[in-house]
Design a binder for this molecule. Sequence first.
Ligand code: XIL
Length: 463
Amino acid sequence: MGTAALNFVVTLGLAAPASGAPVRVVQGEGMQVRAGAVVRDAQAAGGRAVALRPAGVASATFVSDAFGAVVLRVRASRCERARSLSVSVDGGARHAIVPRAGWHEQRVRLALPAGRHAVEVAYTGPRRSRCRALVDRLRLPAPRPAKPAVEAPPAPAATPLRRPVPLGASVQARHFDDPGYEAAFRREFASMTPENEMKMEIIQPQPGVFNFGPADELVTRARQAGKAVRGHALVFGTQTPPWVGRLLLPSDAEAALRDHITTVMEHFDEDVREWDVVNEALGPDGSYRSNPWFDKLGPRYVELAFRIAREVDPKATLVYNEFAADVSGIKRDATANLVRGLKEKGLVDAVGLQMHHSLATAPTREALESTMRMYEQMGVQVQVTEMDVIAGGPGALSDRLNIQADAYRRAAETCAAVRACTRFTVWGVSDAYSWMGVDELPLLLDASNQPKPALAAVRDVLG
Ligand code: XIL
């Protein structure tokens, strides 16, 4: 087992909401760590420390490269008045932390699959009580060594392996100051997905206060460059502003959901014809993830969001976007059930498969094709919405980049072979600004915006 020490940044004070409902603590949101990495603070890791507000919701994320035992160390202090204090991963079972007066530690060991995981700490206690807690160490299973070469020769092509499908990339407004970034985006990609600028925490940070500036800037750039914009994401529990969690009544939450979706869709109108309406509603075990919408409205928030989006813009393409749902398993089944239910009511047009992967986890053609065909038969489009394949680690760089190119090629070929696959989008323009960190080399262009073997592989298939 490799030991990756992760210091989850700042210690956050946990405050109890008036209602005594669980408070989920934000710790270094967006932060990731892999075996072998030592992260001393969230800012340095590309994460962001978020000031805690009662009932705020978010989580720290980490990437595990292999199936195995993950050990989290939670440190807590002054929690003796807690009614409950617990840590959970991916919205799963809560592991109680025994509350005590001084600083104390507790280890929690969990078997987790490879992939991205979210950690949350939850606290309930008397009104105005305070407790401090953080996850300050994370031990991950050692990654499986990268395969030196692709084992099996590609299956003979029964279906066409080439078909033009628009290649997109996620972008961030602030990177357009870099002329190389702008040129690379314009040269290589047909569409943009704003990486954060359209998320509710940015677009409606306070009730009724809309901040469209950064997203408008991107939309203007897209329009000038003749690129399409994928809207991402109207409803995403993880990046919902804290005030939503403070709403008291389900009817308040429903009104806020309606107001947000309506205002945002009407604002972008003809500039954004395709929306990730709900993002990541499900956990790894297929159950609904806790978030401010789910906590107030239950699972119905998903259908409600789609219903509102349909009413606002009946012609827009409405997408349900999910991670770790591209290959068979409980998560894929749960995602398929959710999408089927929405489709039967005429509320969804496409499913988005995020496809955040590593060299070891990127799916085979067969595995991905069975998922895409399932959606095709359901009568919905299927899109690759956020692909990246982390390729940092041991072994010769050229080998890793070739294995990476093969992972991208398999996904592109599968998309090309399945008519229902209508978009192929990667999560970032170049390695330089990937949310995974530049050393993970996850994208199609390198940190100097030069094409990598993966770009040639994808172009070869998608044109
Ligand atoms: C990520 C962004 O890339 C980061 O900049 C941010 O800190 C956290 O969110 N799945 C999604 C995306 O649907 O919205 C996430 O984007 C990556 C995982």
